[in-house]
Design a protein. Structure first.
Ligand code: IVH
Length: 692
């Protein structure tokens, strides 16, 4: 799309504009912003930081505000829609949107190839194979270089106008150099997707706001297209692959560009015009056996892609040949989808259990008739909260579709009401705690029902399990099962009792030889000297994870210093926001919690931050973050090395970060860090060298 020379001159221009913003003129500024959007959203290779981009963008807004008559419809500022201005009017496609015939195995593919060869009277056919993107299909119309309309698939003949929402997808250009190719109007097809990472982030946000999570990236993408408010669409970080030119007209006197003789040529043209077409993902293969081998291999590697695909699409590469074969009333005869083995399955929702967590949240868990999906047997799926059950209208005895998408935890996609026989029963959410019978409560802003009984045995047990867990006090050889067993036997009623166990009785229990008792004793004793952050994390304060616990510990001397800190003071700690500060403040203003901490102190547990003044090592004052899988060191070892040398581990990418250490399969953190020029991005080997 951009030549090396263009990139270099655009970068020089960027530099000079950032240094002297007043010298910028409207047109070069727009060109520059488009270039940087392309680098970021299509190529995922940003060349400037978010801050620098914003500086340029704000300058454009300023110039356009001063001269509104100079605003053009493809200006980067014109993506932002007014709130709620979506029309969703029905519009006819220029050419109907067909679907593809499906194939599932080598036999189907051989069949397809045989028919095509017979129709074409050819010995062998060259195919172009590309991913079958698992999202929502769209159709775009460009006229005189400008995007004029975007539609959903609808019934294939007409779809809904979603132009304003599509403009929020930055990898879709608002204008393209159609005229350079002698094209006047062009209709193209593609798929809107949400990457696995964006999907995970999106669900995290939903969870944090106590809202029902979405089952898969496809639903998330499809749902986004019909949102009333384009601003919300912009926040969802959608992406789009464009894979098909369905129609075009030429400007007067122009002839069809040579490149439009083949499908692979059309992908190249789309790429050159600035679209994210599967230009790099496509593969040209000269016979069907090669296609079959490629499909088999690709299916095994599907999880390595950063987005979901549900198969591959095999297209005859030559357009003349495509035309010769034509189509049936439903499908083109020149293309077929090869569908990967489903990671969806249907099963029966047999029962629902209501589990009480350490914060009292009651989570409904679906107990399913066991079923295998993608090599894993699934018999139990969290349903998160009551809303999830109601929204999906799930009933006991229902046949449900469940899905395990990539690395995403299994979800219930939907029930199949047409398979009901009348015996299905409504799921009644309990009004009282299933463990202690205390009346459940739900805050207005939350979706979860909670048991607020401080002595609810389920919560006591879960809190103890958390307290001894690996990332907390790390009392090895305890384990969930022993905690439950000791609790039931009344050998262990609360956290302090962990340090006062009756080993005489425990030693007589089945499975507890002298060695295991000794191990347990040693582990409990060793936990007393754990660093302060572990204790803070182990207490199970809401919203305080391991990293926040470390931040808190680094800012105090004694744990009870927290009694004297205001919410505002807590918020001044890195990564501690309003919600977290409030929760910490509440915890340390509850007499029961203070009594618990004092009791633990009297039992000999460390309450002190031992190295409040940073270790004066060679990493003193530097912030580090690790991302991806490390191959030489364990993550915890690497982090300890940083801290041992006076450095800090931070929880996220921000301008405060000095070093991002990148392991294998790094994801969004790396992408984010690339946009902040001050962050040094180093490999694991660089890191090892650095600390030595
Ligand atoms: S080509 C006339 N290519 O799969 C051919 N479709 O039933 C038009 N899809 O509705 C489709 N990735 O939404 C094509 N690389 C790809 C695709 C793709 C995903 C979707 C598309 C279509 C459905 C096929």
């Amino acid at each position: 799309m951009y030549t090396k020379a263009e990139i270099s001159s655009l970068q020089t221009l960027t530099k000079s504009f950032i240094e002297h913003p007043k010298t910028i003129e409207l047109n070069p500024l727009r060109k520059l912003l488009k270039f940087h959007e392309y680098q970021y959203y299509v190529l995922a290779q940003p060349l400037i930081s978010d801050y620098e981009y914003d500086t340029l963008y704000q300058q454009l807004v300023k110039l356009e505000t001063a001269s509104p008559h100079l605003i053009v419809s493809d200006s980067p500022t014109q993506r932002v829609g007014n709130s709620l201005n979506n029309s969703f009017e029905t519009v006819a496609h220029l050419v109907p949107m067909l679907s593809l015939e499906n194939s599932y195995n080598a036999e189907d593919l051989n069949d397809f190839d045989r028919k095509a060869r017979e129709g074409a009277l050819l010995e062998e056919i060259t195919y172009c194979v590309e991913p079958k993107f698992d999202g929502a299909s769209i159709s775009l119309v460009y006229e005189n270089d400008l995007l004029i309309r975007a539609c959903t698939r609808g019934d294939g003949v007409a779809g809904e106008d979603i132009t304003q929402n599509i403009k929020q997808i930055r990898s879709i250009p608002l204008s393209i150099p159609l005229s350079d190719y002698g094209i006047q109007q062009m209709e193209i097809r593609g798929e809107v997707i949400m990457s696995k990472q964006s999907f995970a982030n999106f669900n995290e946000k939903l969870k944090a706001n106590q809202m029902a999570v979405l089952a898969n990236p496809r639903n998330a993408a499809a749902g986004s297209l019909r949102m009333k408010d384009p601003k919300e669409v912009a926040e969802r970080n959608l992406d789009a692959f464009i894979y098909h030119i369905s129609y075009f007209t030429l400007t007067q006197g122009a002839s069809t560009p040579q490149i439009l003789k083949t499908h692979s040529g059309s992908l190249e043209l789309l790429w050159n015009m600035g679209f994210r077409s599967p230009q790099k993902e496509k593969k040209l293969i000269s016979n069907i056996q090669g296609v079959i081998d490629f499909c088999t291999q690709f299916e095994m590697e599907r999880d390595t892609l950063p987005y979901e695909i549900d198969g591959l699409v095999i297209k005859i590469n030559d357009f003349d040949l495509q035309e010769k074969l034509g189509m049936t009333s439903h499908h083109p005869r020149w293309a077929i989808a090869y569908k990967f083995k489903a990671r969806q399955a249907t099963t029966i929702l047999e029962n629902v259990e209501f589990q009480v967590g350490r914060t009292g949240a009651v989570t409904p868990v679906a107990k399913l008739k066991a079923v295998a999906i993608g090599g894993v047997t699934v018999s139990s799926i969290s349903m998160h909260n009551e809303e999830y059950i109601r929204e999906k209208d799930l009933r006991l005895g229902d046949t449900v579709i469940i899905e395990r998408a990539g690395d995403v935890i299994p979800q219930i996609v939907q029930s199949i009401p047409s398979l009901r026989n009348g015996s299905e029963a409504i799921i009644h959410f309990p009004t009282t705690c299933p463990i202690c019978d205390y009346t459940l409560e739900k805050e207005e802003t939350e979706a979860v029902w909670r048991c607020n009984n401080p002595v609810c045995s389920a919560q006591i047990v879960e809190r103890m399990i958390h307290f001894v867990s690996k990332d907390a006090m790390d009392i090895k050889s305890f384990g969930d099962a022993n905690i439950r067993k000791f609790y039931e036997m009344e050998l262990l009623k609360n956290i302090p009792q962990i340090y006062n166990l009756n080993f005489e009785i425990i030693g007589k229990l089945e499975g507890f030889g002298k060695k295991s008792v000794d191990n347990l004793k040693t582990a409990i004793e060793a936990s007393k000297t754990q660093p302060l952050y572990r204790l803070i994390y182990a207490l199970g304060i809401r919203f305080v994870g391991e990293t926040t616990a470390k931040t808190i510990a680094a800012n105090i001397h004694h744990i009870l210093d927290l009694e004297n800190l205001s919410e505002e003071q807590l918020q001044s700690f890195e990564d501690v926001g309003v919600k977290v500060a409030k929760s910490i403040h509440q915890y340390f203003h509850d007499a029961k919690n203070i009594a618990l901490i004092k009791e633990l102190a009297s039992l000999g547990l460390n309450m002190i931050q031992t190295n409040t003044t940073a270790v004066d090592g060679n990493l003193s004052g530097l912030n580090f973050l690790f991302t991806g899988t490390l191959t030489q060191l364990k993550r915890s070892e690497a982090e300890a090395m940083v801290e041992g040398r006076g450095g800090h581990i931070v929880s996220g990418v921000s301008s405060k970060l000095n070093y991002l250490v990148v392991g294998e399969d790094a994801g969004s953190k790396l992408e984010k860090a690339k946009k902040i020029a001050s962050i040094k991005i180093i490999s694991e080997s660089d890191f090892v060298e650095l600390i030595n």
